[in-house]
Design a protein around this ligand. Structure first.
Ligand SMILES: [Mn+2]
Length: 375
C-alpha cells in the first residue's frame, strides 16, 4: 500500500513545491526581479511560462526574421491566447512587409508590426511592455535586427524563450525549449493548460505552423501528440487543407522553374546517398527571381530515392553562401553549427562567408565524413 501511495504523495509534494515556486517568482516579478532559473526542471519551466502568460498584460511577442509559417503561426496563436486572457499583446517581427503572398494568407498577419527601436522606445502603451515572448527563435541573432534593437529587446524583463530547436542558446529568463515538431505544437499545449478558448483564426494560424514544420505530418518528429494537437485544432476550425496546405506547398511558376534548374544542376556521390546543388544569382535571375525567392529545393532533393543527406548552397550575396541541410538519418545540426549556423537534428542551415563553390566544397567534404561515420 505504501508503494501504491508513494508516487501520489510525492507528486502532491512536488506540485505543492511548484506552486510555492510560482508564488515566489510572481512576487519577484512584481518587484522587478527576475528569478534565476538554476536547476529548474522542464515542468517547473512550463509552470513558470504559464504563470508569466497569466500575469503579463502588455506582452511583446517576437519571432525570427524571414518568418516561416511556424514562426508566424506560433506568435499569432499566442497573441490569440493573450487576447482571450484580456491582455493587449503586440506582435512584432523584423520587416514583416517582406512576407510573401502565400504566407500573407495566414489570418491575423495584419496585426504584426515591424520590430524597430521606435517600437521599444515608444510602445503603444505608455507603461511599456511587461514581458517579451520569443517564439521559434533559437538565438537572438535570428531576430534579424541590429545590435541596438536586440539589446533593447532583451532589456525588457522577463524574456520568455519558447522554442523547439535543439540549438537554442537559452538566452531568456525562462527557456522553455521542448522536443516538439513545431513551435505551434508547444503553443497548443500551453493553450490546453491555460484552459482558454482559441479563436478560429488562432487555430488556423497554429495549424499552418504545424502542417508546414512537419511537411504535412511526415517528418520524424511528428508524434502522436503532434497529431492530437492537430486534431484539437481541427475541432476549433484550424483546417489541415486550405491555408495550411497552401503555405506548405504552393510554389509560384517562377520558383518551380528555379527548382527545375536546381535539380538539373544537382551532383551526388556514386552511391547516391549524398546529393547537393547550388542556386546562383544567375540561375535565379534567368527565371526573374532573386535567390531568396527559391522554394522547396531541399525537400525535393530529399525526395529522391537513396538520398540520405541533401544540401543546397544559395548565392545569397556576393561572397556569402546560405546553406540548407536535410537528413533522413544521421544528425547534421552539428555540421551547420561548425559553419556558424544551427537548427534541428535533421534540418539545419548556416550563412557562411565565401562563394558558393568554395563553401559547397567544404561542406560537402564534411558531409561525406558524417555519412562515413554515422552511416
Ligand atoms: Mn519551427
Amino acid at each position: 500500500m505504501c508503494v501504491a501511495l508513494y508516487p501520489q504523495l510525492s507528486q502532491n509534494v512536488y506540485q505543492g513545491w511548484g506552486y510555492i515556486c510560482e508564488i515566489i517568482s510572481g512576487s519577484c516579478l512584481r518587484y522587478g526581479w527576475v528569478p534565476i532559473q538554476g536547476n529548474m526542471t522542464q515542468s517547473d519551466k512550463r509552470r513558470s511560462v504559464i504563470a508569466h502568460i497569466r500575469r503579463s498584460r502588455r506582452p511583446l511577442l517576437v519571432s525570427h526574421s524571414n518568418p516561416d509559417p511556424d514562426s508566424l503561426g506560433s506568435v499569432i496563436g499566442l497573441a490569440d491566447v493573450f487576447t482571450a486572457l484580456g491582455a493587449a499583446p503586440v506582435v512584432a517581427v523584423h520587416k514583416p512587409d517582406t512576407v510573401d503572398d502565400v504566407l500573407a494568407k495566414i489570418p491575423g498577419l495584419s496585426q504584426i508590426v515591424p520590430l524597430t527601436k521606435n517600437l521599444l522606445e515608444s510602445p503603444p502603451d505608455a507603461r511599456g511592455f511587461d514581458a517579451v515572448f520569443a517564439l521559434d527563435t533559437a538565438t537572438p541573432e535570428l531576430l534579424g535586427v541590429d545590435d541596438e534593437i536586440r539589446e533593447a529587446l532583451l532589456a525588457v524583463r522577463p524574456v520568455i524563450n519558447i522554442d523547439h530547436h535543439v540549438t537554442n542558446s537559452f538566452y531568456g529568463n525562462v527557456n522553455y525549449v521542448v522536443d516538439a515538431a513545431a513551435a505551434a505544437e508547444v503553443v497548443w499545449t500551453l493553450v490546453a493548460d491555460l484552459r482558454v478558448s482559441l479563436s478560429v483564426e488562432g487555430a488556423i494560424a497554429l495549424q499552418a505552423g504545424l502542417v508546414a514544420d512537419t511537411l504535412g505530418f511526415q517528418t520524424r518528429d511528428t508524434r502522436p501528440r503532434t497529431l492530437r494537437a492537430a486534431a484539437a485544432l481541427l475541432d476549433i476550425g484550424g483546417e489541415t487543407s486550405g491555408v495550411a496546405r497552401q503555405v506548405l506547398s504552393s510554389r509560384t511558376y517562377e520558383a518551380s522553374r528555379l527548382l527545375g534548374a536546381a535539380l538539373a544542376a544537382a551532383e551526388h556521390t556514386a552511391d547516391g546517398r549524398l546529393i547537393w546543388t547550388t542556386v546562383t544569382a544567375e540561375m535565379a535571375s534567368d527565371v526573374g527571381l532573386a535567390v531568396g525567392e527559391a522554394q522547396g529545393i531541399p525537400h525535393a532533393l530529399q525526395d529522391i530515392a537513396d538520398v540520405v543527406i541533401a544540401a543546397v548552397f544559395y548565392e545569397s550575396d556576393p561572397g556569402n553562401t546560405r546553406v540548407s541541410l536535410r537528413s533522413h538519418g544521421p544528425r547534421i545540426d552539428h555540421v551547420a553549427a561548425e559553419f556558424g549556423g544551427g537548427g534541428h537534428a535533421l534540418a539545419a542551415g548556416a550563412s557562411v562567408e565565401g562563394g558558393v563553390r568554395k563553401v559547397s566544397e567544404q561542406v560537402v567534404s564534411r558531409l561525406k565524413e558524417v555519412l562515413l561515420i554515422q552511416g
